[in-house]
Design a protein around this ligand. Structure first.
Ligand code: NAD
Ligand code: AHE
Ligand code: ZN
Length: 370
């Protein structure tokens, strides 16, 4: 079939909205009509050329929601008409990783996913001239129709609005999951969140749910303060306005250091500050941000010797097919908020505007509606 998609032709260039060819689902695969997709900073990271796994031409996008249009041979858990959220972290429930309760990083299809291919080693997308186009994160939600493996789809309730729950496909789950699944924050904790964007605000919302006493938000953009407060931030710090070093300032503000700190910027200097503002003896720092090719983190080993812990999280430690439907329920029951974070919506033809808004720091989440 032909479908409309935003094609990432080359690193550093704007997306090109065009028709592409899409082959139907093969064994174990599902054709999904995407109804809405968010634009995450990770899409920008890959489009910029900073992603060591970035390959072009590709159809980016990994924060979608839609409806099953057709299932391939052998698919048993989904049928046409089911509402689904694509999962860039699949859940096969069979691999060593899925069977180990310590991780959510299902590896069943990770190697082909990283090469922009379906599990059989081929792509379903081609240009109208027949040239290959790569998939992205196994999801490619910047296409009106896309093909995914069955294990990379969470079935969700049909009454949930696509234009909101698409955000659960990455930002909401990553932020809240980093608090609940990775850090396991206790009631009364003092916490610091670096980066108040689409992910950091969900960390803040997760911390409020977890009952944190102090939630410090750190961002260079003063316009993020109001939104942080809206979701439970108790203190705002703009590093550009701090006299002297940021770390001792934050240690003082949190009365000895954070019980938990979170990086949601992808900047390795910020990651170091996040680790070093954690409390001596027990403070844990969770890296969420994705850093460019070649970037490395560093600190004095003494920071770890004296009890601080550095950890990371992908997709908030969530097991998608199991956890994502529950997070959709939380939204529908009013336990978590999504609507105010979706600051802009647009059609696929305007998708590059969504990237511009992100660059200018004017949006939290832009959502493309098909
Ligand atoms: P975003 O652009 O919406 O937000 C980033 C925020 O960080 C902005 O508010 C910006 O002003 C702030 N910031 C940038 N540099 C800063 C600095 N030096 N000090 C303080 N604040 C600074 O991005 P997002 O969509 O929220 O994504 C955040 C990061 O999380 C990205 O690196 C993204 O790739 C990553 N991410 C990781 C996962 C995961 O599973 N680990 C999932 C989603 C996103
Ligand atoms: N390809 C990059 C890493 C990108 C990355 O870390 N992605 C996160 C999800 S970000 C979603 O917005 C992730 O899930 N990582 C685990 C994985 O297996 O990719 C690189 O540096 O090579
Ligand atoms: Zn993302």
């Amino acid at each position: 079939m032909k479908t409309r998609a935003a094609l990432a032709v080359k690193a550093g260039e704007k997306l090109e909205v065009t028709d592409v060819n899409l082959e139907g689902p093969k064994a174990g695969e599902v054709l999904v009509e995407i109804k809405a997709t968010g634009i995450c900073h990770t899409d920008e990271f890959t489009l910029s050329g900073a992603d060591p796994e970035g390959i072009f031409p590709a159809i980016l996008g990994h924060e979608g929601a839609g409806v099953v249009a057709e299932v391939g041979p052998g698919v048993t858990s989904l049928k046409p008409g089911d509402h689904v959220i694509p999962l860039y972290t699949p859940e096969c429930r069979e691999c060593d990783y899925c069977l180990n309760p310590k991780t959510n990083l299902c590896q069943a299809i990770r190697s082909t996913q990283g090469q922009g291919l379906m599990p059989d080693g081929t792509s379903r997308f081609t240009t109208l001239d027949g040239d290959p186009i790569f998939h992205y994160m196994g999801t490619s939600t910047f296409s009106n129709f896309t093909v995914l493996p069955e294990i990379a789809l969470a079935k969700v309730r049909p009454d949930a609005p696509f234009d909101k729950i698409c955000y659960i496909g990455c930002g909401v789950t990553t932020g809240i999951g980093a608090v609940m699944n990775t850090a396991k924050v206790e009631i009364g904790s003092r916490c610091v969140v670096f980066g108040l964007g689409g992910i950091g605000l969900n960390v803040i919302q997760g911390l409020r749910l977890a009952g944190a006493d102090q939630i410090v938000g750190v961002d260079l953009n003063p316009d993020k303060k109001a939104m942080g407060e809206r979701f439970g931030m108790t203190d705002f710090v703009n590093p550009a306005e701090v006299e002297g070093d940021l770390v001792p300032y934050l240690v003082d503000l949190t009365k000895g250091g954070a019980d938990y700190s979170f990086d949601a910027t992808g900047n390795v200097d910020v990651m170091r500050a996040a680790l070093e503002c954690a409390h001596k003896g027990w403070g844990e720092s969770i890296i969420i941000g994705v850093a460019p090719a070649g970037a490395e983190i560093s600190t004095r080993p003494f920071q770890l010797v004296t009890g601080r812990v550095w950890r990371g999280t992908a997709f908030g430690g969530a097991r998608g097919r199991t956890d994502v439907p529950k997070i959709v329920d939380w939204y529908m029951e009013g336990k978590i908020e999504i609507d105010p974070m979706i600051t802009h919506t647009m059609g696929l033809d305007q998708i590059n505007d969504g990237f511009d808004l992100m660059h200018k720091g004017e949006s939290i989440r832009s959502v493309v509606l098909y």
